[in-house]
Design a protein around this ligand. Sequence first.
Ligand code: NAD
Length: 235
Amino acid sequence: MSASIRLLIHGASGRMGQALLRLCAERDDCSIVGAVSRKVGQRVIDGIPQFASSELHGVPDFDVAVDFSLAEAFDPILALCVERGTALVSGTTGLDESQRAAIVRAADRIPVLWAANFSLGVAVLSELVERAAAALPGWDCDIVESHHSGKKDDPSGTALALGESAQQGGAQPRYASLRAGDIVGEHLVQFAGVGERVELIHRATSRDIFARGALHAAARLSGRPPGIYRLRDLL
Ligand code: NAD
């Protein structure tokens, strides 16, 4: 039997962090050695050592950090992984250019996977969008994303990633964002021509799809050589 992979969950008290903690408990290939949130005392699962972001350097040894926090919290967790020589799986969105450049530099020393979306359905949607864009030259391309009212960044990281796929197919996408209620995440990619319209849509109804994808990726990233990995490399 392979050894259990030691995970550090960064952003543990959040919506995604709570899903990661719950779903990790159902797996036998990983265990959580620390849960980091902005402040200790926010919701986490009993029995898991908790740390505040100010205590990040005191966390125990881990194999992979799984980060679903906020863009403003990303630099310290990336730096810690480089310092400890451990892998990083991150789904934190809203990163700026300098943070993306820091990921590329870090990948000289550690394995890193950052993905705007950890669901299989969005991976398929992304391929369909590129194909549709290439097949429908000159059509208007609009990406409309809807999320819960607590989401900080817009357009969503997934919308921007779908936009990159559309651009690879030759389209020039525009973006619109809605923030309302408790919507987990919806992405509509619309191609509009004269007298007709193609709509491709993905609706996430549970955060568990992202958490399962991230845990699966973490289990597969552990022990790999340094570099940038894509979700599809680890599926
Ligand atoms: P949330 O607001 O519910 O939780 C944020 C978490 O980050 C909390 O635990 C908070 O304590 C922690 N945090 C805040 N500041 C911190 C700091 N300075 N240091 C350490 N931790 C800090 O957010 P959420 O809905 O769980 O989403 C988290 C991130 O994941 C967002 O960027 C969101 O866009 C992204 N997300 C990505 C995917 C994907 O598949 N890639 C899916 C869903 C959400």
